[in-house]
Write a protein that binds this ligand. Structure first.
Ligand code: SAH
Length: 450
């Protein structure tokens, strides 16, 4: 037990940074997490919350800054939940990420000497996102749009978010002007009254084009020609304006009506063109994604005789990139619409050696493999919860030569890697890619060989 209680203040030195981006220190052996601090900082902190094994504290004052500290350079940083590492120099951010993966592989995976071979930082650490969602609401009788404050639905009005394109603030202001001039109310989450819920923007990096999606509760927007006219006057880079009908609880509803311009944007990755509709999943940082996919394909060692299985394939991004060299590719994904998009993307690119299945991996992978649909190379890119025993056991039984595991969560990667290592696979290569500078997210790719 510790004597530490809520409200107490301490001066401490930060020893490391945890996987959620908080600085870590010890007070009489008791662990304390302090957001917005970094290894080497001497800080005054105030305890906010005490649990059995650790406490969380708030930064009150920096007494002596770490040499790894930098100006966060964003006026919203302290309130916004979007970035966690902006106060840390970029080189140090990368070090924190690669240590997080190595620690997980050692502690959870049981790999005693695990070292990441390569760390691929981003050339552009700002304005890298191709997708932004801004909630719209009301505050002090004014319509506001911006982002949610940390762990709340309180909207902080936004001038500019440094992770997205600068055009977003002009789009937000234009939509708010249109709402004010036409008496269109923002949606209220409590009363369920009002019309416009969110402004959602997508960018095609290769075409430098934008789609503006207005998520609203109605089937038709009042005086929408007026909105189109205003948005058109911002920039001819805006090529698509869409109304998304959203009466549910998700950020976007399922039905879209194109108000003006294109129905979809198209972007390219590794020479393949992808058609992206408002609801499609597409990696948010295409520059870094391309590097990640190239490494994934290099690890996979595909040639014209290789059969590939791409599990958790989304809209078929990795599958279609692999299909350019492979004999054939089977893509598996649980979301039906994503598989429809994958098939369409195969057709757009004239790719004919792919087969896609809309089903859960745990259900279909064992069946396909039992029916002789084995692959020389299996690529896995699961969601944060990782893969599962049924899928992994089937892959192991199939005797795949190479397994390339792309992971967005070091903890579940390490858990799954342990299972593969216990079943005769050895980790032979690994790399991390920073797709999300200034945030704690990490993408890791690991090659397992039989
Ligand atoms: N490889 C793709 C998508 C990776 S994201 C890309 O790089 O774009 C992980 C994907 O796994 C998501 O598309 C998600 O819908 C899918 N998914 C989640 N659970 C699944 C399951 N149990 N079986 C198959 N796919 C699943």
């Amino acid at each position: 037990m510790s004597d530490i209680t809520k409200g107490m203040e301490y001066i401490i030195k930060i020893e490391s940074v945890s996987s959620d981006g908080s600085g870590v220190a010890h007070i009489d052996g008791f662990t304390v997490f302090v957001p917005q601090t970094v290894t080497g900082d001497t800080v005054n902190i105030k305890i906010e919350n005490v649990q059995k094994r650790f406490a969380r504290a708030k930064l009150v004052e920096i007494i002596e800054p770490s040499t790894d500290r930098q100006e966060a350079d964003c006026p919203y940083y302290e309130q916004c939940g979007g970035c966690q590492l902006r106060h840390i120099k970029y080189e140090k951010q990368l070090e924190i990420k690669h240590l997080t993966v190595e620690n997980a592989m050692k502690r959870i995976g049981g790999f005693s000497n695990f070292c990441i071979d390569d760390v691929y930082g981003a050339d552009n650490t700002e304005r890298y996102r191709n997708k932004m969602i801004f909630p719209v609401g009301q505050k002090n009788n004014k319509i506001v749009c911006g982002f949610y404050a940390q762990k709340s639905h309180d909207i902080i009005p936004l001038g500019d978010c440094a992770l997205g394109d600068g055009i977003n603030s002009a789009i937000i202001n234009t939509v708010l002007d249109y709402m004010n001039d036409n008496n269109i109310a923002p949606y209220n989450e409590h009363t369920h009254k009002g019309t416009i819920r969110r402004i959602f923007t997508r960018k095609s990096f290769s075409a430098n084009e934008f789609m503006v999606v207005i998520s609203a509760t109605v089937k038709t927007l009042p005086r929408y020609e007026n909105l189109i006219q205003r948005l058109q006057s911002i920039s001819d880079r805006i090529v698509s304006i869409v109304l998304n009908i959203n009466t549910g609880n998700m950020p976007l509803g399922n039905k879209n009506i194109t108000l003006w311009g294109k129905n979809t944007l198209s972007d390219t990755l590794c020479g393949v063109t992808f058609s992206i509709s408002p609801n499609s999943f597409f990696q948010v940082n295409p520059e870094q994604t391309e590097k990640l996919y190239k490494k994934t394909l290099e690890f996979a060692q595909i040639d014209k005789n290789t059969s590939v299985m791409d599990i958790y394939c989304g809209i078929g991004t990795i599958s279609l990139c692999a299909a350019q060299t492979a004999k054939n590719v089977i893509g598996i994904e649980i979301v039906k619409q994503a598989i429809t998009d994958a098939k369409e993307n195969a057709a757009i690119n004239g790719i004919t050696n792919t087969e896609f299945y809309a089903d859960s991996a745990e259900n279909i992978v064992p069946k396909l493999i039992a029916n002789g649909k084995t692959a020389d190379v299996v690529i896995l890119d699961p969601p944060r919860k990782g893969s599962d025993e049924k899928t992994l056991s089937a892959i192991i039984k199939s005797n795949a030569k190479h397994i390339v595991y792309v992971s967005c969560n070091p903890a579940t990667l390490a858990r799954d890697a342990r299972l593969l290592a216990e079943s005769g696979y050895t980790v032979t290569r690994s790399a991390i890619f920073d797709l999300f500078p200034h945030t704690v997210h990490i993408e890791t790719v690991v090659l397992f060989e039989k």
